[in-house]
Each structure stands twice: as C-alpha cells, then as structure tokens.
Design a binder for this molecule. Structure first.
Ligand code: ADP
Length: 420
C-alpha cells in the first residue's frame, strides 16, 4: 500500500489533478480522497465510496468529507496536514495512535475505530500527505484508507484467548498451591499420628512388661512349692507357661525396639564401620559354630549408633538363626560406593528366601516359618527396614531358597568435605 501511495504522491505532483492522473486514482483499489487548499473535496474515488458508503457526488465540492467518519464536524488527518498542524494538535485528535510516515516526507499515518461505519463499526488505517505544486506550495492534501477491521478482530480474539490462557494458568497455579498446602497439612497430620502410634506402642509394650514379670514370678513360686508333688504332665504345663512368657517378653522387647526406631529426633554422627562392626561382634556373643566375618577398610557412615546396631544385629542374628550349615557364617562387606552413599552386603550361608517373599518379610509379624521351626516374633526385619529408611537409606534382598541370603543396605557416608 505504501508503494501505491508513493505512486499516487508522485503522480499528484501538481494541482488541480489532470485527467490521466484522476483516471489512475479513480481505478485504484485504495480508498482515496483529495481536498484542496480551502478544505473542499475535489476527488473521492470509487474505492472510497465503497469503504465509506458515501457517493462521490454527495461529497465532492463540499467540506463534508468528515461526515462518513464522525457524527459532528471535526478535522480529519488531511485537514490537519493541510493546515500544517503541530504534533500537539494532531495528538489532540488522534491521541498516541498517529505517527509521522517513515516513507513519505510530511505525511502522517494513524489508525482508528469508527463506531458508526459498517455493521459493528470499522477499523481504518489511514495516511494523509500534503500535495505540493511545482512552486513548492501546499495546495491540498490526499488521504488514503485501509480497512483493517479483520486484522483488529483477529488481534482482539488473540488477546482474549491470551487473557483466558493467563486466567487458566492463574487458576491452575492457585489450585496447585491449594493442593500443595493440603498435602503439607495431611503430611503433618500423618507424621503426628505416626508419632502418636509409636508412642502408644512404646507405652503399651513397656507397661505389658510388669504383668508379664509378675505372672512369671508367681508361676516360678508355684513350681518351687509344688516341685515335689508334680507329675510329668503338670511339669510340662509349667514349661508351657515359661515358654509363653519368654515369647511374650521377646515380643514386648522387640515392640519396644520397633517403637524406639520411630522416635522423632535423629542425631547422626560419623560412624567408622570397621570399628562399629568389631564392637557389634563382641556384643553379640556368637554361639559356637557361628562366624561373623567383616571386611576391613569399610567407609564411615553418617548414622545414629543405636539404629545402626539394631539394623545390623537383626540381620546378623537372622543370618545365623535361619541357617542349617555346619559352620553358620555371616559376612559383611562393601558392595558399592558412590554419590555420598555406600551399599553394604550382609551375606549368610543359610536357608535362603524365595524371591516372592522378598518384600513381605519386611512387614510387621510376617514370618515364613513356625515358631517350632525357628523362634522369633516377626518384628526383626520391620525394625531393619524402619531403621534403614530413618537413616536416609534403604534395604533389599537377593536370595533363593537353599543358596543363602544377601541383604543389601544403603547408607549415607561422610564425604571428604565432611558433608552428607
Ligand atoms: P523373626 O526373625 O523374628 O522371625 P524377622 O522379621 O526378622 O522375624 O524375619 C521375618 C521372616 O523372614 C523370618 O521369620 C524368616 O522366615 C525370614 N528371614 C529373615 N531373615 C532371614 C534369613 N537371613 N534367611 C532366611 N530367612 C530369613
């Protein structure tokens, strides 16, 4: 359009318009009108008639070229150009929507919405430039129009769409924030409930100890007093009471251990594993025919000693308990070391565990054997798992029935700079 405008500008270089020039503008598809020095319309082409809905015969010769655009008389861009209006004056009419043409010297261009034109109003982009005669005098002005309603509607639709999108993003963000807050509240409640449960388990198991001890004492007194008169069957009843009480005591003590692992505070210290495992071996007082072999040069882990002791003593005890080998052996060593973590193996030459039970055995009271086959409460591995997780690690099993078991324990190590 700018190119065509330039052509028009070049052609209309003198005033009044000559026949061929008029013809050229008449045929142009760009709505164009021209006013003379007295602001009278001297040209109004067919495209302009179509764009404005106003016939040339109704406008040419008058100064009513504003009438298709505005409800009351006011200057259009061509009038302002003709009068050499200052930027301030132009802004008074067109706000900040106008600018100097970068192509045609002295020409202004702008865009505006004309609510009374067309159905629902029309957006026009318009350019006005002065008409200069051979002597350099401004003798009129020419204005061209371009209907940009379709573009504006598309822009509006895009803007609405963008606003909708922003609104949706905002809503989703709010929903996410709400969900996050709800989750945090639920997590806090869950943690509180867990702590309460742990405390409950602690109190119950602790308080069970006294009546159990009392029953054992009274049973012992009774047996002592009746020892002379008891027959074999009655003796076996007393043995039954003693065994049941022993199991009750083990259960209480394991439950207490389990609830202690759940305690809220955790104070970790660097624990050199070489030294720790030597101490553990002494504490465990291994029975004859049992071996605990620990590798040397193991890393230093970041852990709480009590939890670490519970974890490894349960694994070692199980490895020796669920074992029919002539020399029952448990080995502890380093499987891998990376990214501030170490994986330790606890391997035994015992009866092994079928892969389908590898997850189940870590659950409370889950046992694969009867009490007659192997004594136990079914809490040991639950303690192992809880302790490993609490220490920021994990535990898993590699085992087959009949080929021993390997428990792999991951724990955080002390890195060279002393950080976790
Ligand atoms: P408990 O030792 O008191 O039975 P645990 O929770 O320590 O309870 O172990 C759960 C079950 O997992 C045991 O009853 C046993 O069947 C199986 N198990 C644990 N450790 C081993 C092991 N090293 N070798 C074979 N089976 C094991």
């Amino acid at each position: 359009m700018t190119q065509e405008l330039q052509t028009v500008d070049n052609v209309v270089c003198s005033f009044p318009l000559r026949g061929s020039q008029c013809h050229l503008l008449e045929e142009s598809s760009i709505p164009t009108f021209v006013i003379d020095r007295q602001h009278h319309v001297i040209f109004w082409n067919r495209a302009c008639e179509s764009a404005t809905g106003r016939a040339a015969r109704d406008v040419v010769g008058t100064d009513r070229h504003w009438s298709p655009f505005y409800p009351a008389q006011r200057p259009v861009m061509a009038d302002l150009i003709l009068d050499g209006a200052t930027a301030e004056e132009v802004s008074k009419h067109y706000g900040d929507l106008w600018r100097q043409s970068t192509v045609i010297p002295g020409a202004y261009e702008s865009e505006g919405f004309f609510p009374n034109m067309g159905s629902g109003g029309t957006w026009f982009f318009f350019t006005a430039s002065p008409l200069i005669n051979a002597e350099g005098q401004t003798v009129g002005a020419i204005e061209t129009l371009q209907d940009i309603s379709a573009r504006k509607r598309a822009e509006d639709a895009l803007k609405t769409h963008q606003e909708d999108l922003e609104e949706t993003v905002l809503q989703r963000t709010e929903e996410l924030t709400r969900a996050h807050a709800e989750l945090a509240t639920k997590a806090a409640i869950l943690q509180e409930t867990n702590e309460e449960l742990s405390q409950y388990a602690f109190v119950v198991s602790h308080d069970l100890r006294a009546p159990l001890r009392a029953v054992r004492n009274y049973a012992d007194f009774l047996r002592e007093e009746l020892e002379e008169v008891l027959n074999d069957e009655q003796r076996s009843y007393f043995d039954g009471i003693a065994n049941a009480l022993k199991f009750g005591d083990e259960l209480v003590s394991d439950l207490l251990d389990f609830s202690r692992v759940g305690g809220e505070s955790l104070t970790v210290h660097p624990v050199p594993l070489d030294e720790f495992l030597s101490e553990l071996e002494n504490e465990l007082e291994l029975p004859p025919g049992a071996q605990l072999i620990s590798s040397r040069g193991l890393p230093t882990v970041l852990a709480e000693r009590t939890l670490l002791r519970q974890l490894f003593s349960n694994l070692v005890t199980n490895g020796l308990k669920f074992n029919h080998s002539a020399v029952r052996r448990v080995e502890i060593g380093l499987a891998s070391l990376n990214n501030g973590c170490c994986e330790l193996f606890v391997r035994d030459n015992g009866i092994g565990i079928a892969p389908r039970f590898h997850d189940r055995v870590f659950k409370m009271f889950k046992r694969l054997h009867t009490h007659k086959e192997f004594e136990g409460t079914g809490i040991g591995l639950a303690i192992v798992k809880k302790a490993a997780v609490k220490l920021g690690g994990s535990v898993r099993i590699e085992s087959e029935v009949g080929s021993g078991s390997t428990f792999l324990v991951t724990l955080p190590t002390v890195e060279r700079n002393g950080q976790r």
